[in-house]
Ligand binder design. Structure first.
Ligand SMILES: [Zn+2]
Length: 177
């Protein structure tokens, strides 16, 4: 199952801006720190090495459930709060040796939290959303008397549909039933 739409929908965690530089609409994610990154900052994270930060694209890469769980458990606000508690000033130097154990302990904490039942609930909701065909409404053309409102079933919501704004996706996934 492809979890990328789920990742894109997690905007309610301060994720709408790159954690490192606050650029809007970041499309990369550090899968063990649970934070969103813009492309430039993702390149820097790649440079730090896999064991400091493992980055995936939210639009190009396939996501497995392990990283999806981390994304649900984490978020930019949460990481920022953690660093604040540790009295670490932003922006941080991820590869500084002083920070090593602090980052490691946060990653462990997230990993543990990512296996809690409340995360299952979000994942299940998303999987249900993917299994349910989504109606796509075509715009009505006022001048055409034969125009009917066509409702198409979307064949594959996970990647074969045109890009939707993130809030719209979030609404689709987490709308109240
Ligand atoms: Zn950035």
């Amino acid at each position: 199952m492809n979890y990328s739409l789920l990742i894109q929908s997690l905007n309610n965690k301060g994720n709408e801006k790159c954690f490192d530089c606050a650029t809007s609409d970041p499309n990369w994610f550090s899968c063990d720190l649970g934070i969103t990154l813009c492309q430039d900052c993702a390149v820097h994270h790649r440079g730090y090495g896999r064991y400091i930060s493992f980055v995936r694209s939210t639009t190009l890469d396939n996501w497995n459930i392990k990283y999806a769980r981390i994304a649900v458990a984490g978020g930019n606000d949460k990481f920022a709060n953690y660093l604040q508690e540790q009295q670490i000033q932003l922006p941080i130097s991820y590869d500084s040796s002083d920070l090593g154990s602090i980052l490691e302990s946060y990653k462990q904490q997230l990993l543990t939290q990512s296996n809690l039942p409340e995360i299952d609930q979000v994942i299940e909701k998303y999987e249900k959303y993917l299994r349910t065909p989504q109606p796509i409404q075509k715009p009505i053309q006022a001048n055409d008397p034969n125009q009917q409102v066509n409702v198409q079933k979307s064949k594959n919501i996970s990647g074969k549909v045109p890009f939707k704004p993130k809030q719209q996706i979030a609404k689709g996934i987490f709308q109240e039933e």
